[in-house]
Design a protein around this ligand. Structure first.
Ligand SMILES: Cc1cc2nc3c(=O)[nH]c(=O)nc-3n(C[C@H](O)[C@H](O)[C@H](O)COP(=O)(O)OP(=O)(O)OC[C@H]3O[C@@H](n4cnc5c(N)ncnc54)[C@H](O)[C@@H]3O)c2cc1C
Length: 379
């Protein structure tokens, strides 16, 4: 029997829900609290690389993602006019019958995870947060925003990049910082013959197209936005169209279809890498709460899901909680740090290039390939 039997998970997102599912498979019950009373996610897409699919498949959630998403073979690297310069197939480490990459909408992934969590009988409380933790001999006493209290063997802080759990445990100085780049996203109808994702290199930005389902795809655009400006919500469509002005080909052809400011999802890249340990007493951080990188490798969700799989495995194995948490952090640090450092470096190189002062040492392809080769290795 595991050293922990009663677990609280703070945050009902990708990390928190996969943790609840992974723990249940090891015979450990968890409750989830989620601050968003609607338990909703925004409507764009997520790229699922093969190590993410491998982790989800180990939780029996991979097939549902393939059914709801659109598998594809790898990436076309294109110039600003959409001419394909190179076609690079991605590796499949998820096993037979799986595509190397899957694109899926965030709401579809969220539904798969919430359905699985509720179906296994996990108790989920919405509109609730944790307000205080008190370490006691018998466990950690948690006070909740609805006035209730309870005691747990372990608390998992899976409350994302702006984690209040992290601030409560480690103080406010551990918080994300802006990298100078931002991402714009918008959904479109998918051309029937689109079987690859594509990356399009402009002089001042980088665009990408990602299949999401049989009928949809999404566009992302990475730009440099000095000073992290606040974008006017009702102008987001105009601002995105302006930033796409230099693109021809398929991306340029989509520009005029960007008409709804509410459908543009704009996110500044804000990053944080927690040093070890990611826990205090009986409270441990996973996912973006512990390591929130840039989306350059599209590996953030993968890291959160892998955290869940590894944490559940170690909690089920190790008769000592502190040892299990130490082993968890030691095992997860190298991979999450690799994602963090590679993303930050790629972002710096892109910004230098767009500013007309390219770093002579920059080798995007080599860095990208080295990182992926490691990430496709065992967790
Ligand atoms: C622009 C962009 C593009 C990305 N694209 C990809 C991609 O293509 N592929 C990929 O793998 N990753 C991608 N990511 C990263 C990915 O979205 C994150 O790494 C992933 O969502 C992390 O999961 P999480 O559960 O740790 O955090 P989140 O998904 O942020 O979930 C946290 C949850 O906790 C809840 N919460 C917050 N505070 C509290 C609180 N105090 N109490 C209770 N609940 C709380 C939130 O409401 C939320 O439900 C991208 C990120 C960005 C910004």
């Amino acid at each position: 029997m595991s050293i922990v039997q009663k677990v609280l998970i703070i945050g009902g997102g990708i990390g928190g829900l996969t943790a609840a599912i992974a723990l249940k498979r090891k015979g450990i019950d968890a409750e989830v609290i989620e601050q968003n009373p609607a338990w909703s996610v925004y409507g764009v897409g997520i790229i699922q690389p093969s190590n993410l699919l491998r982790a989800l498949r180990s939780l029996d959630l991979g097939d549902a993602c393939l059914e709801q998403g659109k598998g594809f073979l790898g990436w076309n690297f294109c110039d600003v006019q959409g001419n394909v310069l190179a076609q690079v197939p991605s590796e499949n480490v998820a096993g037979p019958g799986y595509p190397p990459v899957n694109g899926i909408s965030r709401p579809a992934l969220h539904k798969i995870l919430t359905d699985a969590t509720l179906a296994q009988g996990t108790h989920v409380r919405l509109g609730v947060t944790a307000t205080a933790f008190e370490e006691r001999k018998e466990g950690v006493r948690v006070s909740f925003s609805d006035g209730t209290q309870n005691t747990y063997d372990l608390v998992i802080g899976a409350d994302g990049a702006y984690s209040k759990t992290r601030a409560q445990l480690f103080g406010d100085e551990c918080r994300p910082h802006y990298t100078g780049q931002a991402v714009w996203r918008y959904n479109f109808a998918r051309p029937r013959d689109m079987h690859w994702g594509s990356l399009h290199y402009g002089k001042k930005s980088k665009a990408g197209l990602v299949p999401l389902s049989e009928t949809t795809m999404y566009l992302f655009l990475v730009t440099a936005e000095a000073g992290n400006p606040r974008m006017l919500a009702d102008q987001l469509h105009v601002l995105l169209r302006e930033r796409l002005a230099e693109y021809g080909g398929i991306v340029g052809g989509l520009r005029d279809q960007i008409t709804d400011p509410a459908a543009v999802v704009y996110r500044p890249m804000e990053v944080l890498m927690m040093p070890a340990p990611w826990y205090r007493g009986r409270v441990v951080l996973i996912g973006d709460a512990a390591h929130s990188g840039t989306p350059h490798l599209a590996e953030g969700a993968a890291m959160a899901i892998e955290d869940s799989v590894v944490l559940a495995e170690l909690l089920a194995q190790d008769p000592d909680l502190k040892s299990a948490l130490n082993r968890f952090v030691l095992r997860r640090l190298p991979r999450t740090q690799l994602v963090y450092e590679t993303g930050v470096r790629l972002g710096e190189w892109e910004q230098a290039e767009w500013a007309g002062t390219p770093d002579p040492a920059a080798d995007h392809g080599a860095l990208f390939s080295r990182a992926y080769a490691q990430l496709m290795g065992p967790i």
